[in-house]
Ligand binder design. Structure first.
Ligand code: MN
Length: 192
C-alpha cells in the first residue's frame, strides 16, 4: 500500500487535487477486476484497465472494443493507473491532463487464460512479453479477448475478440450500448 514508483508516470501527468481523479496509490491486487471507461478527451476513446500487480494496466482504444472476431482494434498502452481508478466516472476539468468526460462503460472480473507450454503464464509476465489472453466477465463484454503488442517502441497493441460463444459480429456494443454501468448516463448526460 501507499504511494508507489509504479505510478510515478500517473502522478507526473496530473494534479489529482484539481482533476478530481484518484490519487496515485498502489493497492493490493488479486481480485482480477477490469473496467472500460469511455473518455471524451481531445479524441474520444475507450480506456481498458486490467488489475495486475497492484495497479491497473491500461490501454487507450480509439475505436473501442468489438465483439466481432474479425475486427482488430488498435490499443495504445498508457501509464499504469491506481486501482482506485477502476470505477472512476466524472468530468476532468479543462486545462487538466485528459480533460473531458469519463463514463464507466463496463466493469467486471477477468480470468487470465494465457498459456505457455501447456500451463498458465502469469499475467504480469505475459503483459511484459507482449501477448496475453483474458476471459472477461463484465456487464457488457464477456468471453475471451487477446491483446498482442505489434510495436514495442510506440506501445501499439491489437485487441481481438476470441472465437467463443460470446463472439457476435452483429452486436457493435460501442454504438448501441452507450450507457454507463455505474450511473446509467450517456456521455452527453455527463457533459451537463
Ligand atoms: Mn483516456
Amino acid at each position: 500500500m501507499g504511494t508507489s514508483k509504479k505510478l510515478s508516470k500517473y502522478k507526473e501527468k496530473r494534479n489529482t487535487d484539481k482533476s478530481g481523479e484518484p490519487e496515485g496509490k498502489e493497492a493490493k491486487s488479486g481480485k482480477n477486476r477490469f473496467s472500460i471507461q469511455k473518455h471524451n478527451a481531445s479524441n474520444l476513446h475507450y480506456d481498458l484497465r486490467i488489475e495486475c500487480d497492484g495497479v491497473l494496466k491500461s490501454w487507450a482504444i480509439p475505436k473501442g472494443p468489438s465483439t466481432d472476431t474479425s475486427v482488430k482494434r488498435l490499443a495504445i498502452k498508457t501509464e499504469d493507473h491506481p486501482v482506485d481508478y477502476l470505477k472512476f466516472e466524472g468530468v476532468i476539468p479543462e486545462g487538466e491532463y485528459g480533460a473531458g468526460e469519463v463514463l464507466l462503460w463496463d466493469v467486471g472480473t477477468f480470468e487470465n487464460i494465457t498459456k505457455k507450454d501447456g500451463s498458465l503464464k502469469p499475467l504480469k509476465e505475459a503483459i511484459k512479453d507482449g501477448h496475453f489472453m483474458v476471459n472477461l466477465k463484465g456487464e457488457k463484454l464477456k468471453g475471451g479477448y487477446a491483446l498482442t503488442r505489434i510495436n514495442e517502441e510506440k506501445e501499439e497493441w491489437l485487441l481481438v475478440k476470441m472465437d467463443d460463444d460470446k463472439a457476435d459480429a452483429r452486436r457493435k456494443p460501442t454504438s448501441t450500448e452507450t450507457e454507463s454501468v455505474k450511473s446509467g448516463k450517456t456521455i452527453e448526460d455527463i457533459e451537463e
